[in-house]
Design a protein around this ligand. Structure first.
Ligand code: 0OW
Length: 322
């Protein structure tokens, strides 16, 4: 086996085991074996940098700090979401949707309380990742995103696609981070969302790599050469390509089932290992989404439902953001 073949073999093996451990939570080998392969790859790449590829798992360690983030103009505008606070407002949303496209199936997802990012893949390779910013221009945080182990550096197929997801910090990691910061006399993060935002917008990727960030992918923004009919199909497809997709995805025949599922989420959300700030209701049929279109800033085919307790948090967050 040539050096290049050994480097490629280690890269593919490590990317596979990374997927098993961080996306499926089903490790196949002991950490020690993974670490030994990673150590060999680091050494070989240092000796033969010409064989290093952009999807090498050594990129997850984090490179050198940068001075500032490059602005990045999104290929597809990153919309935000209108809010509903009551059942009545959900039914108003449903009436508006049905008056325009007739009866629809909905999908209910958890609304992960993190920060929204766009990931661009070219020929199956993760090439650019950015924060949402104002929806049009965000920050290029590619190298920091590469340290998030549940973001695939290479897809199963060599596809050109753009996805959106929510980067978050699990609550336990947030509490551990604040304990460490308190011991070091550093300022504390107010909540996991701020900790995730602060960690992703770190100028030193080696610090980001230590922050235990995770991601759920929730929207396929664009894809070439693949026809998909519904949002559920799109998320299934993204799972097959190696992404970690929001675990609670409920397909609903009508708004009554949506309300039922939203009430169910209310009972489980405090037991989840990550913060949510509501639920998201989306039209499942992608063609009907096209017909419904968007307002200047929000899609007409989706709405966020905020639980009563959220109201206070939403206000506080908005004040900080403003
Ligand atoms: N935070 C989430 O878990 C989430 C989600 N599961 N699904 C969407 O779908 C929106 C995005 C584009 C049109 C519909 N948005 C989410 O978060 C949004 C992103 C920006 C503002 C909200 O946080």
């Amino acid at each position: 086996m040539t050096i290049e073949e050994r480097i490629n073999e280690l890269r593919d093996k490590l990317n596979h085991h990374n997927y098993m451990y961080y996306v499926l939570d089903r490790p196949e080998i002991p950490d020690y074996e993974y670490d030994m392969m990673m150590r060999e790859l680091i050494k070989l790449e240092e000796e033969h940098p010409e064989f290093k590829t952009p999807d090498s798992p050594t990129q997850r360690i984090g490179g050198e700090p940068i001075k500032e983030f490059e602005p990045f103009t999104h290929v597809v505008v990153m919309q935000s979401l209108a809010n509903a606070f009551t059942e009545g407002e959900l039914r108003d949303f449903d009436r508006r949707v049905r008056s325009s496209v007739g009866d629809v199936e909905y999908v209910v997802e958890l609304k992960i309380d993190g920060l929204s990012v766009e990931l661009i893949y070219e020929n199956g390779i993760f090439t650019i990742g950015s924060t949402r910013g104002d929806g049009y221009v965000g920050e290029n945080v590619t190298n920091n995103l590469k340290t998030i182990k549940s973001i695939p550096l290479r897809l199963k197929d060599n596809l050109n696609l753009i996805v959106r997801g929510e980067v978050f910090m699990p609550r336990a990691s947030f509490e551990k981070l604040n304990e460490e910061r308190e011991l070091n006399g550093e300022s504390l993060f107010a909540n996991p969302r701020n900790a995730a935002a602060g960690s992703l917008r770190q100028l030193n990727p080696k610090i980001t790599a230590k922050r235990d960030l995770d991601i759920f992918v929730f929207n396929l923004q664009r894809i070439e050469g693949v026809e998909l009919k519904t949002h559920v199909e799109a998320l299934e497809f993204l799972k097959e390509q190696g992404f970690k997709v929001s675990p609670h995805l409920k397909k609903c025949k009508n708004i009554d089932e949506v309300i039922e599922d939203i009430n169910y989420i209310r009972t489980i959300r405090d037991s989840l290992p990550y913060d949510t700030d509501g639920a998201v209701v989306k039209v499942n049929d992608l063609e009907k989404r096209e017909i419904l279109g968007s307002t200047v800033k929000d899609p007409r085919w989706a709405i966020a439902f905020k639980y009563p307790a959220e109201r206070q948090k939403t206000k506080v967050k908005d004040i900080i953001v403003q």
